[in-house]
Design a protein around this ligand. Structure first.
Ligand SMILES: [Ca+2]
Length: 261
């Protein structure tokens, strides 16, 4: 056995690219737990937490995309400071960090006043039941006439197995008993974020593989090389260049695959 060395640096660039690709694709490939969070064609997948909330699909899109839209949510709930709106229950695959994001557009030409934002409502059961563990908000806005983006990273409270994502409207004041307030919600996502331990472990394994690949490798000789050397043959060449069977008066010249003597 012998070792065959790969020139140092030969695999450095490919390995670096592979590791970078691993990181990028690993991040981009994470599954968004939200269904229809971009409202491309409708509001399928979303419900409400009040009978006094109406949800319609609208062409207004956070990216002004002609092939997408948003959820236009109108509340006529009679209660003040009570969060109502569109909801979706997400089952959490494991306990890890999550990146939540969502955008909100609030038309300013409205008679009522309200605060608008997102709420994450954590539950012990896998179907948003079994007892609420914790409730926390993301973003809070009023009248903007522009899209506002909200994002934050969350670690679910211990014991959480599901979460209700709520795009909420809460009346701050109501000038008329039947007053309404409208807001648009779009680009809602809830993406598992692998923990730092997993990231470093993955990178370490990838880099270790690259280092191993650039080290000299033990390779087997070709089968042909392990065969018995070809028997040396002697060819007696006379001074005149004509092969002869007898040694004298010629000089000897060995030809073959063995070492010359
Ligand atoms: Ca959209």
């Amino acid at each position: 056995m012998r070792r065959r060395s790969i020139p140092p640096g030969t695999l450095l660039l490919p390995c670096a690219l592979a590791v970078a690709t691993l990181v990028v694709t690993g991040r981009a490939g994470a599954d968004d737990l939200v269904t229809n969070g971009h409202f491309d064609q409708d509001t399928v997948g979303w419900g409400t937490n009040s009978v006094d909330v109406a949800v319609e699909w609208d062409v207004l899109d956070v990216d002004a995309s002609p092939t997408s839209g948003s959820a236009e949510v109108t509340s006529t709930d009679s209660r003040l400071n009570t969060a109502v709106g569109i909801t979706q229950c997400l089952t959490l695959p494991v306990e890890e960090d999550f990146d939540f994001a969502g955008s909100i557009y609030v038309p300013s030409a409205q008679a009522e006043t309200a605060t608008v934002g997102y709420t994450l409502d954590w539950y012990a059961g896998t179907t948003c039941s079994g007892g609420r563990i914790f409730l926390e908000g993301v973003g809070n806005t009023t009248l903007t006439d522009t899209w506002e983006d909200f994002a934050d990273r969350f670690r679910p409270p211990e014991g959480s197995r599901s979460v209700v994502v709520l795009g909420r409207i809460a009346f701050a004041s109501k000038n008329q008993p039947d007053g309404a307030f409208t807001a648009h919600f779009d680009a809602i996502s809830f993406v598992p974020e692998p923990g730092a331990t997993l990231c470093f472990a993955t990178l370490f394994m990838a880099l270790a593989g690259c280092v191993a690949a650039t080290r000299p490798q033990r390779v087997a000789r070709p089968a042909q090389a392990r065969q018995a050397p070809v028997a040396k043959r002697s060819l007696w060449i006379c001074s005149a260049g004509t092969p002869r069977a007898s040694r004298s008066p010629c000089r000897a010249s060995r030809k073959g695959r063995g070492p010359h003597r």
